[in-house]
Design a protein around this ligand. Structure first.
Ligand code: GLU
Length: 509
């Protein structure tokens, strides 16, 4: 087969894109890039009842943030459009008619009440070869009656006529051959006259065929639909160009069993969405990776390893590395535990690698929220450079480095008790004099001068340095003291020491 690789990400705009869907999009993107293929964004919006305004735009924004771009889609255009299923109604009707004409589908008039009654009458009711004769459909009703009902505007559905006792084989790149008996497949609804729209199954198959999709890469939750899809390809006579199926392992709860849910995230404090989402109906806000302070490259790396490994223990991989190394041969069949702590670890690593100017831009909203305005960007970037090794998420840059932007208002009690003694104010006065005499505040130079002074006077190094730190930072924390004083204007350092002398009560002994 030498068809050009064409894959699609086909979300339904029913709400914000869940992290599992994001991983699916990511694998599609990586696979397309690896094979010089095309990635299509197709919006599967045929279920009007579940349509959520804003969800489509959200999905596009979220994936763009992650660095996933599409070759064809709603925004990109392309030769296979339209890319929104709700705009393809006429196309589907033609294919529904094709199946009806070939006797591979039929029209059914059963009302919800009649279906309910059948469920009560027949144990484990399924609309199929064994039951369809007892229902109200075009297989058992005279043609005139069917035509009349349709002419009278009675609503109907078109059902797929699944042949019984057949072995259906789904060939899956991760799972191998999955075989099932057609008896367990029901006569799925393909089309509803009520809204003149196809259901997911029909639209999905028709579009994958028309868009010349070569690989269907999607979550495991769609595996149960795959046998039906195989039968549909067959019914249409498209078996030769049927895409290769790839069903990705589920994302599982970090603790306990079962599928990862939004509730797990709420409980354990991690987002399950890339971007913050405000529910248009309830107004409820769900947190997003971006707003929490994750870097997109960290999320990419973390997600890529949920269900796939490079075959060795390499962990840090850029999108480019992933495109080189990815292979379905190294995807697991079993679900991947959503180890969100590993996600934090990745973010910590990527913050460490990130450019300080970029981090400074990302920190802007946090600075503003804390009343810090008009700071020299170079100063911000340098301050970030000193604390980023201690940050897991972008806002940690603030909690770790707040003292670069605001003088302490209080002093950590525990540290005061331990480090601020009767002699401290006097020694700090002396330290001010020493600092005033230093022209070159570069870290190594200031350190040498201050340490020499401490040694000369026979002071206790730890006590003096910690009191110094307490005065400038407000607590015994932060990066190397002389790196701080290299960056912070000397007058500011001195003002802070003076303030500490004034404010911290001097112990009597
Ligand atoms: N519209 C389906 C979804 O929301 C697409 C499944 C598929 O990729 O076939 O995930």
């Amino acid at each position: 087969m030498d068809r050009k690789v064409r894959v699609r990400f086909a979300p339904s705009p029913t709400g914000p894109l869940h992290i599992g869907g994001v991983r699916t999009a990511l694998y599609n993107y990586i696979f397309a890039k690896q094979n010089g293929g095309d990635l299509i964004l197709r919006i599967e919006d045929t279920d009007s009842k579940r349509f959520v305004p804003g969800a489509e735009q959200y999905i596009m924004d979220a994936l763009a943030w992650l660095g996933i771009s599409f070759d064809e889609g709603v925004n990109e255009g392309g030769n296979y459009g339209p890319y929104r299923q709700s705009e393809r109604k006429d196309i589907y009707r033609k294919y529904v008619d094709q199946l009806l004409d070939a006797g591979k589908a039929y029209i059914a008039f059963d009302t919800p009440e009649e279906l309910e009654a059948a469920r009560e009458r027949i144990p484990n009711f399924q609309y199929d070869a064994h039951t369809r004769e007892s229902m109200r459909n075009s297989l058992v009703m005279p043609k005139e009656e069917v035509d009349k009902l349709i002419a009278d505007g009675v609503q109907y559905v078109v059902r797929f006529k699944v042949e019984p006792d057949r072995e259906v084989v789904v060939n899956d790149l991760i799972r191998g051959e999955v075989k099932i008996n057609s008896n367990i497949i029901d006569d799925k609804v393909l089309y509803k006259s009520a809204d003149n729209l196809p259901t997911y199954h029909l639209a999905n198959i028709v579009d994958d065929h028309l868009m010349e999709v070569t690989h269907v890469i999607r979550g495991e939750e769609w595996l149960p639909s795959a046998p039906l899809h195989v039968l549909l390809y067959e019914a249409f006579g498209w078996k030769d160009t049927m895409p290769q199926f790839v069903h990705l392992p589920l994302l599982l709860k970090p603790v306990g069993n079962g599928k990862l849910s939004k509730r797990d995230g709420d409980k354990l404090g991690f987002p399950v969405f890339l971007l913050e989402w405000k529910d248009p109906v309830t107004g409820e806000i769900s947190s997003g990776y971006r707003e929490k302070g994750y870097l997109p490259e960290a999320v990419v790396n973390f997600l890529a390893l949920l269900g796939w490994n490079p075959g060795d223990d390499t962990e840090m991989m850029s999108m480019e590395d992933l495109i080189k190394k990815f292979s379905f041969a190294h995807c697991s069949k079993s679900g991947a535990k959503f180890d969100y702590k590993k996600g934090i670890w990745f973010n910590h690593e990527y913050i460490g690698l990130a450019d300080n100017d970029r981090l400074a831009k990302l920190l802007e909203p946090t600075l503003e929220a804390n009343g810090v305005k008009g700071c020299d960007p170079e100063y911000v970037a340098k301050a970030i450079g000193l604390v980023k090794g201690r940050a897991d998420l972008v806002p940690d840059l603030w909690t770790q480095g707040d003292f670069f932007f605001k003088a302490p208002e209080t002093y950590a009690e525990k540290d005061v008790k331990k480090r601020w003694s009767k002699e401290t104010p006097e020694i700090m006065e002396e330290l001010i004099g020493v600092l005033e005499g230093i022209d070159d505040m570069s870290s190594a130079n200031a350190e040498k001068i201050v340490l020499d002074w401490i040694a000369e006077k026979g002071y206790h190094l730890g006590n003096v340095m910690n009191a110094f730190r307490l005065a400038v930072v407000g607590a015994c924390r932060g990066p190397h003291m002389f790196d701080i004083t290299e960056l912070m204007p000397k007058e500011e350092v001195i003002t802070r020491i003076k303030k500490a002398i004034r404010t911290i009560p001097t112990p009597t002994e």
